[in-house]
Design a protein around this ligand. Structure first.
Ligand code: PLP
Length: 412
């Protein structure tokens, strides 16, 4: 196929893809706007083929990684000892946090049957890590406000615990776990504590600077040993970029893998990948430097105003409610209780109606709800969304869908 044929064929394939460019998706793509796209486009083609596997060949990538990690570590109030790596995404950052905790437990406390304690709201990637690395996951029900239940988690911590997890905010309902209390549990046990700020890492620091209320979640909290934050979410950088930061270099050492007995030579690896694409690393550096603190403050203002507008608009529609009290840029929409206390309508049928109008929101449960992660790209269309949502609810007239499936992620 010629270049033109290839482009035409792939353009045709995308006909039914979610229209994130029009602000129609509330998840998966977090749009920082046209000026961010321009910067990323330019840098992506510069670094499309380079490889951060061995930075002796590409010293630029060593500098890029270390400057991105330092910028993030400063943002999260890591001290001079803090150290980390870029990874391919939140999942890889979380896998590395689990692996580092397991290694530390083994080295410092002789733990051979490691366990982690986490709320049921913590991201599924922690269970993936438990599965990959042979760590038992002790999953604890959240409290009525959807935050991690400190007492119940305390009761699950024992001499096998290598890791306690908290989220800032957690994904399903967008609330921030009580990080200081949870981190203290881990510290008392001699275990790692990971704050999962994959969602909040590039929102909460700027909310704080804007004077919004933000509970403590970062390295200023004693006992927090590592933090994950996704550049490719509200950092607005192209996909394939996240950071994991450890409080100290000593703690970071438990993340890495070194093998010096191979015919191919010395192998030192920070994370899961071998070959590491330079594109997401360089684009992350570019977008961070292009936006700067001022740019992130501006985009954060837009994001949280839009999320609040959305939450208030949802609350104003009879039959709907916002689940919990989201604290940043996530909004979960569910059916309000009707007169008999059961849900007034089928929220998944509402989701179908929205999809028919070109909107994309993930379904999640329990409780049955539609998930929205808001980003600046949604701002121009939020009133249109709320109008459509109201019309879909009105037109529903008791209709229900038999499909109760939820789908955060798929195989094929
Ligand atoms: C998105 C997300 C992750 C996983 O990140 P990926 O980049 O999708 O792998 C982990 N934790 C939270 C809270 C998230 O929102």
């Amino acid at each position: 196929m010629s270049k033109d044929e290839v482009v035409a064929a792939l353009t045709a394939k995308r006909a039914n893809d979610a229209r994130w460019q029009d602000g129609r998706t509330f998840g998966m793509v977090y749009d920082g706007g046209p000026e961010v796209h321009e910067v990323a486009d330019a840098v992506a083609s510069m670094f499309l083929h380079d490889n951060a596997l061995n930075t002796a060949a590409f010293p630029s990538l060593a500098e890029i990684q270390s400057e991105v990690v330092r910028a993030c570590s400063d943002l999260f109030h890591g001290g001079p000892e803090a150290a980390g790596f870029m990874t391919s995404g939140g999942t890889e950052s979380i896998l590395m946090a689990v692996k580092a905790a397991r290694e530390r437990g083994r080295a410092e406390r002789g733990i051979t049957e490691p366990e982690m304690v986490l709320a049921e709201s913590a991201h599924a990637a922690f269970h993936k890590g438990a599965h990959y690395f042979g760590v038992k996951a002790r999953k604890i029900a959240v409290g009525p406000d959807y935050r991690a239940d400190v007492e119940a988690m305390a009761a699950a911590v024992n001499e096998h615990t290598v890791l306690v997890v908290g989220s800032a905010p957690q994904y399903p309902q967008g609330v921030i776990d009580p990080i200081p209390e949870l981190a203290a549990l881990a510290a008392d046990a001699g275990a790692n504590f990971h704050t999962d700020a994959c969602m909040g890492g590039f929102v909460l620091p700027f909310m704080e600077e804007l004077g919004e209320p933000v509970p403590p979640w970062d390295f200023r909290v004693p006992g927090v040993t590592s933090i994950s934050a996704d550049l490719h979410k509200l950092g607005y950088t192209p996909k394939g970029a996240s950071v994991i930061i450890h409080r100290t270099k000593v703690l970071r050492r438990y993340q890495t893998f070194v093998f010096d007995d191979w015919l191919g030579g010395f192998y030192a690896s920070p994370s899961m990948q071998g070959t590491r694409p330079a594109l997401p690393m360089a684009c992350a550096w570019a977008v961070l430097h292009h936006l700067g603190v001022e740019g992130y403050l501006r985009l954060t203002r837009t994001t949280i105003d839009t999320a609040q507008r959305m939450a208030n608009g949802v609350r104003a529609i009879a039959g709907l409610r916002v689940v919990g009290n989201p604290e940043a840029h996530l909004v979960a929409i569910a059916a309000a209780p009707g007169e008999d206390g059961t849900p007034a309508l089928d929220i998944f049928a509402v989701g179908d109606g929205l999809q028919a109008r070109g909107w994309f929101l993930d379904r999640q449960a329990p409780p049955d709800s539609l998930h929205a992660t808001v980003s600046p790209g949604n701002a121009p269309v939020i009133e249109t969304f709320l109008r459509d949502l109201g019309e879909v609810v009105t037109a529903l007239d008791g209709a229900e869908t038999a499909d109760r499936s939820t789908n955060y992620a798929t195989l094929e």
